[in-house]
Design a binder for this molecule. Structure first.
Ligand code: AMP
Length: 401
């Protein structure tokens, strides 16, 4: 069994390579969070995109996947499709070309093959062939560890808006995450759920991989949480309801997320939550994994203790997320000592500090039922969706419509 000490060292090593909010990778963030860097406001774009954002495959947004539309062949998808009014995608800063001159190198051999990613050759969902020439470039959305993200629009009708994420192959190779990135892309392209960020397609050139992601018009959830310090129970309940739905879907596909935390969540046009990062996901039909991954504050006891784990790690993380949403900080956080955080997790040292905010008994009950040491005793996700704290606000939402 792995000792807490060795777990600590492995996590510490992971933390060094992990993203800081604002300059993040496609993968995880650090538990000792940095102040956020200010980014251009998305509000104007948000307003403009209500109708013309990248196609929402689930237009009724009832959390039930319907017939998914994709960018498989936008040119021929709808003959005579009306030309959309011009949507402001913002000004392109030339960043991709400038960066490409200075950054990255060609990769060769096995790594080059591993990273020759092209959705037109995908077995399950082949798309048309894409290249950078197919897009009008818009404003920068952010920087990840492996490259920049831009708001772009397809030149061909109908003009879809997507977030184009670049990843430098040589940097992926340096970080030894070729397989992880490939896996992340494969997993994400096969998923269709209103609360999971769609990956419409991908292509590559000599030095880079480009991901065509669903544009999350309201940006990062973590930024909102930082701004507001914590969310109201009503808002938290809506997010947790959506998370539970997305996780039920993921688990039904034998995907364990393993890295649920606010930094990996984005917000769609209607403020709906979108799981946006699959860096640590595993496709685990066998159901049991023993590798160590994830982020400190969200690690469940079985991972801290180096035991086998299964999809119930995501139940635990949902409990941590609920706590962080309503309190503003994760439940086992110890800013001074990583070891203490581990100890608190292993002991399930859960305390509700009611001094700043009065929490309802219902939310405390849900958190307590999810944060159980024994994975088998954690509240199943279908029960989460029936929990009074979720149902109460869902009913209010439904009756307000
Ligand atoms: P990442 O490399 O995924 O961490 O992305 C870097 C930054 O780009 C994020 O922190 C977001 O602000 C922004 N971003 C990434 N993906 C999207 C998206 N699909 N829609 C909108 N903004 C995004």
């Amino acid at each position: 069994m792995t000792s807490v000490g060795s777990v600590t060292r492995q996590i510490a090593a992971m933390e060094i390579s992990n993203k800081k909010p604002g300059t993040s990778t496609g993968a995880s963030g650090s538990s000792l969070r940095q102040p956020l860097m200010k980014q251009p406001s998305q509000t104007n774009v948000t307003k403009l995109l209500t109708k013309f954002a990248a196609p929402n495959p689930f237009p009724n947004s009832t959390n039930k996947p319907t017939n998914p539309s994709s960018l498989r062949n936008p040119v021929s998808s709808k003959p005579g499709h009306a030309t959309q009014p011009s949507i402001d995608i913002g000004n392109y800063d030339g960043g991709l070309e400038i960066e490409n001159e200075k950054r990255g190198e060609r990769v060769y051999g096995e790594a080059a093959e591993e990273l020759a990613l092209d959705s037109s050759t995908s077995r399950r969902y082949p798309t048309r062939e894409w290249s950078l020439h197919d897009f009008d470039m818009g404003r920068p959305l952010g920087k990840g560890k492996f490259g920049r993200v831009y708001m772009v629009r397809t030149k061909a009708e109908p003009k879809y808006i997507v977030a184009l994420k670049t990843l430098y192959k040589s940097e992926i190779v340096q970080s030894k995450v070729e397989k992880q990135i490939r896996r992340e892309i494969e997993i994400q392209q096969n998923l269709r759920h209103p609360n999971i960020l769609r990956l419409y397609g991908y292509f590559h050139d000599e030095k880079r991989i480009f991901l065509m992601l669903e544009f999350a018009a309201k940006g990062e959830l973590y930024k909102q949480l930082s701004k507001l310090h914590r969310f109201s129970e009503r808002r938290s309940s809506r997010y947790i309801d959506q998370m539970a739905d997305a996780l039920i879907y993921l688990h039904s596909k034998h995907v364990i997320h393993r890295d649920i935390k606010p930094e990996n969540l984005l917000l769609g046009i209607n403020g709906e939550l979108k799981i946006g990062d699959f860096g640590w996901s595993v496709h685990a039909p066998g159901n049991r994994r023993m590798t160590l991954c994830g982020t400190l504050d969200y690690l469940p006891p079985e991972m801290v203790e180096g035991k086998e784990h299964n999809e119930k790690v995501d139940y635990w993380a949902l409990g941590v997320l609920t706590y962080e949403f309503v309190c503003g900080f994760p439940p086992f956080e110890d800013r001074d000592s990583v070891n203490n955080t581990y100890r608190r997790i292993a002991r399930v040292d859960l305390k509700f500090q009611d001094k700043d905010v009065r929490l309802s008994e219902e939310v405390k009950d849900l958190i307590t039922r999810l944060l159980r040491y024994d994975p088998q005793k954690r509240l199943p996700l279908t029960e989460v969706q029936k929990h009074p704290w979720i149902v109460k606000y869902r009913q209010k939402r439904d009756s307000a419509q």
